[in-house]
Write a protein that binds this ligand. Structure first.
Ligand code: UD1
Length: 417
């Protein structure tokens, strides 16, 4: 199993380019199931989750052809097997995103329930209830969701909780339904907007994406299209946090600064000097870091996917930061690893009270999930001495060549096999 070794203390300097967004790519890959014509995607990140999704699509009968490293043509002219098996779903929850498109296009789908997940229960009841509201018959057997329908019918569905992939699943299903679908209390995340842009390029009629009310007028069929995946705001935010913690002067290029307002504001409050234009965020650190409180919430508030990275920085800030996680019930697993590096953190329920210490010290630590891994990388960059991070397969699911990108900025980081 690969590990990362980080020697702390090297200041980060220079330019780093952001990759395409994992959380936009995964639903958009599934959107290819909605049409018999080719869908061309550019700016696709080279990530294990993307490869897993390609495997899933190819098992169903879809063909994919890489044009170059970051462009792909997907062709779902024939879907032979509308199934997402447990073996793939267990490694990537986002496989549930195949449910809506398969049902809408084939009239049937069998998708494994994602089951338990390290960061919380993460049920999919909203996906299922929304599809039932659109006329699907759904039953559960042996851990699988079995869904059937004749053509889905447009419906009004009010989400009980704001769910990103739930919104995306129903939005995709509704594109081929008869009549109008109205999704209320929908997720506002920029990745939902990116999916809507792609669907509209394919001939769908989606309006309101990015607000809490999305309207989809169903069409008979979708057609070929080309779409560029938006830049990854969480990868961007991770580099902003790394630069704020260990940087001297870093420019993060090819980004969408408009999708990171809450993150930029909080890191500025913590003492980073942040300047942005349309596609670049420049981070400098002249002053010592200060404590800042965060509370995760759906977009446009502070993202849960940046909570762990922010905590790494708070460990060495002056004063006490209060970090509250409101989206997932078990997303504090990085705390015990940070403590091994000398951090002073108390946890009460879903709140971490982080008392800044003078410095962290390098240690052997274990990555427990994707964003926790990024938190440990940042901690390693600022710690005295060597940090070895085990189980970095989590990191490879969602960060493209992170050690190469950080090395180019001057970090002393390497992968050992
Ligand atoms: C997506 C992101 C993930 C991010 C999360 C929250 C993708 C591929 N993943 O995950 O990186 O951390 O949004 O921003 O885009 N819930 C229910 N019932 C449901 C669905 C969700 O109760 O049917 C709850 C969840 O348990 C959680 C909350 O709603 O507490 C938000 O989850 P959700 O937005 O669905 O997360 P994902 O879409 O899985």
């Amino acid at each position: 199993m690969d590990k990362l070794v980080v020697e702390g203390g090297a200041p980060l300097r220079g330019e780093v380019r952001v990759s395409g967004a994992k959380n936009a790519a995964l639903p958009i890959l599934c959107a290819s199931l909605l049409t018999a014509e080719p869908l061309t995607l550019t700016n696709l990140p080279r990530l294990n989750d993307v490869r897993t999704m390609e495997t899933l699509l190819s098992q169903m009968g879809a063909k994919s052809e890489r044009i170059d490293g970051s462009a792909i043509v997907l062709d779902a002219a024939h879907i032979d097997w509308p199934l997402a098996p447990y073996e793939l779903v267990k490694t990537m929850r986002a496989s549930i995103l195949a449910l809506g498109p398969l049902l809408a296009r084939c009239g049937e789908a069998r998708v494994s329930l994602p089951g338990g997940c390290a960061i919380g229960l993460r049920p999919v009841d909203q996906h299922v209830k929304g599809l039932i509201a659109m006329g699907a018959q759904i039953d559960l057997d042996h851990g699988y969701i079995n869904a059937h329908s004749t053509r889905l019918a447009g419906a009004k569905y009010v989400f009980d909780v704001v769910t990103v992939t739930g919104t995306e699943n129903l939005m995709m299903a509704a594109t081929l339904a008869s009549g109008m679908t109205i999704l209320e209390n929908a997720a506002h995340e920029p990745e939902v907007v990116d999916l809507a842009l792609c669907l509209n390029a394919m001939g769908a009629r989606v309006t309101g994406a990015g607000s809490d009310r999305i309207t989809i007028e169903g069409v008979e069929r979708l057609h070929a299209a080309t779409h560029a995946i938006m830049p990854d705001r969480i990868e961007t935010g991770t580099f902003v946090a790394a630069a704020a913690a260990a940087g001297d002067d870093v420019a993060i290029i090819g980004a969408r600064p408009d999708t990171l307002e809450a993150v930029r504001d909080k890191l500025a409050e913590a003492g980073a000097d942040i300047a942005s234009d349309n596609s670049t965020i420049r981070v400098r650190r002249a002053k010592p870091l200060r404590c800042a409180n965060i509370r995760t919430a759906p977009y446009p508030s502070f993202p849960t996917d940046m909570q762990a990275q922010f905590m790494a920085l708070a460990t060495i800030a002056d004063g006490t930061s209060v970090i509250t996680e409101t989206i997932f019930e078990n997303r504090m697993m990085h705390v015990q690893e940070l403590r091994r590096m000398g951090a002073a953190i108390e946890v009460e329920g879903n709140t971490a009270i982080v008392k800044g210490v003078g410095a962290l010290t390098g240690a052997n630590v274990m990555a427990t999930d994707l964003r926790a891994s990024a938190c440990l990388v940042i901690a390693g960059l600022i710690a005295d001495g060597m940090t070895t991070i085990d189980r970095i397969y989590h990191l490879d699911r969602g960060y493209e060549r992170i050690e190469e990108k950080l090395s180019a900025l001057g970090a002393r980081i390497s992968r050992i096999k």
